[in-house]
Design a protein around this ligand. Sequence first.
Ligand SMILES: Cc1cc2nc3c(=O)[nH]c(=O)nc-3n(C[C@H](O)[C@H](O)[C@H](O)COP(=O)(O)OP(=O)(O)OC[C@H]3O[C@@H](n4cnc5c(N)ncnc54)[C@H](O)[C@@H]3O)c2cc1C
Length: 369
Amino acid sequence: MQEADFDFYSSQNQPPVLEDYNAFVSNRILKDAAHAYGADWIHPQAVKFGAAMGSSAMQQAGFLANKYTPVLKTHDRFGNRLDLVEFHPAYHEMMDVSISAGVHAIAWTTDKYGGYLAHSVLSYLKQQIDEGTSCPLTMTFAAVPSLRINPEIADTWLPLVLSDKYDPRPIPWYDKNGLTFGMAMTEPQGGSDVRTNTTIAAPAGGGIYYLTGRKWFCSAPMSDAFLVLAQTSGGLSCFLVPRFTPDGIKNKLYFQRLKDKLGNRSNASGEVEFHGAWAQLVGEEGRGVANIMEMVRHTRLDCAVGSAATLQRALAEAVHHCSYRQAFGETLINQPLMRNVLADLALESIGATVLAMPCRTSSPPTLFV
Ligand SMILES: Cc1cc2nc3c(=O)[nH]c(=O)nc-3n(C[C@H](O)[C@H](O)[C@H](O)COP(=O)(O)OP(=O)(O)OC[C@H]3O[C@@H](n4cnc5c(N)ncnc54)[C@H](O)[C@@H]3O)c2cc1C
C-alpha cells in the first residue's frame, strides 16, 4: 500500500456512537416493571423522557458535566464570602430537563397508584446519562417526607420544592420558582456513627436555633436549604438550614472545599462550617436521626435504582458495540463465547432492575412484593 492510499482519518470496524435512541422504549424490563407494579400511566411521560435521555444532546451533556467539574467559589474579588458552586451549562441543562419532567416530584404530586414507581422509572432513565445530577434530584425528592414532619415547614417549603421549575439563582428561597435540597449529617470524627456529632444548636425560641460546627459531608452544596443534624439539650436533632435567612441575609454557612472524588464527579460534595447559622427545628429535640432518616432512606432506595441504571447503560453499550464490531470473521454478538458474556451481563442488569423497582405508592416503599 502507498502512503497516499493509507486512511489516517477514519476508523474501520468501529461502531457508531450509541445515541438518539429511546431509553424507555428500548427497555422491555422497565416497561414490564411499570406495568406489573401498576404504573402503566407513566408510559407517555416515560416515552418522552426516554427519548430526551437517549438523545445525542443529553448524552453529550452527561459527558461535558463530568469533564468540566464543579468549582467552589468561596469569595468574590473583594473578599466577601460567596459560598457558591459553579457548574458547566450542561449540568444546568440536565437539571432543567429532569425537574421539568418531575423526576424529583412525581412520587409526591400524583394522586395515581404507583407514584413511587413512576419516580423510579424516570430516575432510572435519567441516571443513564449522568449520576452526578441525580444527587440533587434525589436529595430534593427525598427531603419531602422529612419536611412533612413539621406542618409549618411543609406549608412554607413544599410548594417550591415540588415545583417543575429549575431555578439555580443564589437568591433567598422565597423569591425563587423552584428549590433544591441537600443534606449534612456526617462529621470527621464519627462517620456513620452520628451520635458522636459535635455540631451544637443554641435555642433562640420559637423553634429557631443557631448552629455552630463542622460537617465532613454536605451533598449538593449549591442547594437552597439543607437538612442538618446537631446536638441540643434534648439530644441529636434535625434542622432545616436555608442558604438565606428569612430576612434575606446570607446564612452563616461556609463551604471549605469540594471533595475530590473518584466517581460522581459532575456532582459537588462539600465540607461545610456553621458559624452561628440560622436553623429551624424540623421535629422534636432528640428525634434527629429518626427525622433525617425519612430523607436518608429515600435517597438510598434511589441509589439502588441508580446502580441498576448504570448496569443497564453498560449493557446497552456492550450489546451495541458487539452488534457492529467484527473479530475473527464474525460480528462479536454472533461469537458463542461473547454471547455468553452478554447474556450474563443482561441477567445482572435485569435482576438489578427488577429488584430496584419498588412496588408501592404509599410510604414506606418496599423493594419486594
Ligand atoms: C459521595 C458521597 C456523598 C456523601 N454525601 C453525604 C451527605 O450528603 N450527607 C452526609 O451527611 N454524608 C454524606 N456522605 C458521607 C457518608 O454518609 C459517610 O461516608 C458514611 O456514613 C460512612 O462514614 P465514613 O466514610 O466515615 O466511614 P465509617 O463510619 O468510619 O465506617 C468505616 C467502615 O466501617 C463500616 N461500619 C460502620 N459502622 C459499622 C457497624 N456498626 N458495623 C459494621 N461495620 C460498620 C462501614 O461500612 C465502613 O466500611 C457521603 C459520602 C460519599 C462517599
